[in-house]
Ligand binder design. Sequence first.
Ligand SMILES: [Zn+2]
Ligand SMILES: [Zn+2]
Length: 259
Amino acid sequence: MLLDSTIDELLTIRYADLQRFSQASPRLRRFLNETEYDVATGSYTRNGQPVPDAEIKQILELEQQRITRQFEDATTEYLDGDITVEEWERRIIDEQKTAGIIAVLFALGGIAFLMSNRNRGVILRGVGDRLRASGKGVSGFGTLLSNGDRSPKRLKAYVRYKARDIRPTFNSVAHEGRKLAGYNEGRRFLDPSVVKHCESCPGYERREWVPIDEIVPVGVDCECAGRCKCWVQYRFNLNREGPLRAIRNTNSLNQQFFN
Ligand SMILES: [Zn+2]
Ligand SMILES: [Zn+2]
């Protein structure tokens, strides 16, 4: 019930709500204020210079740490007996929603693009589905807790695990953004410098160009949750029918890279 209403709120979100959510991350607001986002390429520039990919990854890392702290605070309060298990669940699900919205805004260059895009429902529904899957786990864990399993160690490990969701959410929203921009093919590569990948990543490698829907965004459905250096490349291929064929400027869609 709580989860359903949380997701409904997400799907009907308004500008003012997004502004409120973006307050949760001063780091993101600062970043969006000082950069420009290019819809066609899905990339950021600052003073005309491309923002390095390492900076994007660093922000995601710091956001994940911030969310982890929020989760841990709620968990400590629960373990200290200051809040009930229901309140704990609500706090975690609320924080997950906030983290999801922050990931959306970060992946798509801020509120304006999201609100002006008539396909935003597709993106928000995708985030809602992720939230639903993850939130069900939270409720299940809450039930375990109320049945007497209060192992603080396990609970803390669990919330740290949940906080990792921001990276795959960011990557899957960015992937949707590429589709909305008109790209129709992708390739995905494993980090060649790494010997031991997580169990799932090697299965997602696509060395040849494939339809964009066959590309699994980095971190989605995988054990490392995108802590690897797998990377995805997108292009527009006129000879392949894509999700969007009515594209005004195909030149801008050639050979764009996204990690
Ligand atoms: Zn992986
Ligand atoms: Zn990987």
